[in-house]
Design a protein around this ligand. Structure first.
Ligand code: SPV
Ligand code: MG
Length: 284
């Protein structure tokens, strides 16, 4: 089964799927090892790993390259975060062609104005005109060559404070335009507005959520409410930042690495993850 067919299956099956933000190939390996269903090439994580804010600064080619590294490292299907689609309809068409040709299972486009700002930043969020964005989704749906390649339309109306009715209006427009699934995003500290959305949406298309600010929502409850897929978008990156800070602080304090040696991954573990012995066999 192709990766895009597997992503489609994850979105359409009864059981809720869980995918994890991966900024690089090594993260993707660890996500697969931990038993998750797929990976998310997060614009926030990929930007942050280049010490850049998530403000739409990375070009299509830069996100494609990073997403391809992630994709090649794992047998899991990858949903690539393509921000607002890098321009107008023609840019979206090229984006779909390039990501699909790279073997990536699907892309997610969000209905904000370029350059977008990360959804959790304070200050305003500018929503794209809904009809204009629906045109972009239609262009994406038409541009894909395989029918399983997934186009996920991300609705930012709740993030922008435009309300539930506007979120639903947009989601229906994007579904009419050919989206395979919708991602409904929220920055509330509980799942309330997502639950309201799902109740009104009535499973018209699969729904993806990113519960960064409402992490205590029980998975079984989310599934019962109608969620098809959950994205743990940034946790691997945040874990690494905490771990690196702790270890670097200790080394600085202790004047050496003796004290932290047992708390970090041994070199042997990295040799295993990077499959040194297989590469050496191939070169023998
Ligand atoms: C990302 O991970 O890049 C996302 C999700 O788009 S969020 O940070 O919640 O906007
Ligand atoms: Mg993003």
């Amino acid at each position: 089964m192709s990766k895009s067919a597997r992503l489609r299956e994850l979105l359409e099956r009864e059981e809720i799927a869980r995918i994890v933000g991966s900024r690089d190939a090594l993260t993707a390996l660890l996500v697969e090892e931990a038993g998750f269903d797929g990976v998310w090439a997060s614009s926030f994580e990929i930007s942050a790993s280049r010490a850049l804010p998530d403000l739409g600064l990375l070009t299509m080619s830069e996100l494609l390259e990073a997403s391809s590294h992630v994709n090649q490292a794992t047998s899991l299907p990858l949903l690539a975060d393509c921000d607002t689609g890098f321009g107008g309809n023609i840019n979206v068409v090229r984006t779909v062609r390039q990501f699909e040709a790279a073997g990536i299972a699907g892309i997610c486009l969000e209905d904000k104005v370029f350059p977008k700002r990360n959804s959790f930043l304070g200050g305003g969020q500018n929503l794209e005109d809904a009809t204009e964005f629906a045109g972009r989704i239609e262009a994406a749906a038409r541009a894909k060559t395989g029918e399983d390649f997934q186009v996920v339309a991300r609705v930012e109306a709740l993030i922008a404070g435009a309300g539930l009715d506007e979120a639903l209006r947009r989601a229906h427009l994007y579904a009419d335009a050919g989206a395979d699934a919708v991602l409904i995003h929220s920055k509330q500290t509980g799942p309330g507005e997502i639950v309201d959305f799902l109740a009104a949406w009535q499973s018209r298309k699969p729904v993806v959520v990113v519960p960064t600010t409402y992490p205590h929502w029980d998975l079984a409850e989310a599934q019962a409410a109608g969620v098809s897929m959950v994205i743990y978008a940034n946790h691997a990156l945040r874990a690494s930042v905490s771990a690196m800070r702790d270890v670097l602080g200790e080394i600085r304090l202790q004047g050496g690495t003796g004290g932290i040696e047992d708390s970090i991954a041994p070199m042997k573990e990295l040799f295993g993850l990077t499959q040194v012995s297989r590469w050496e066999e191939w070169s023998a």
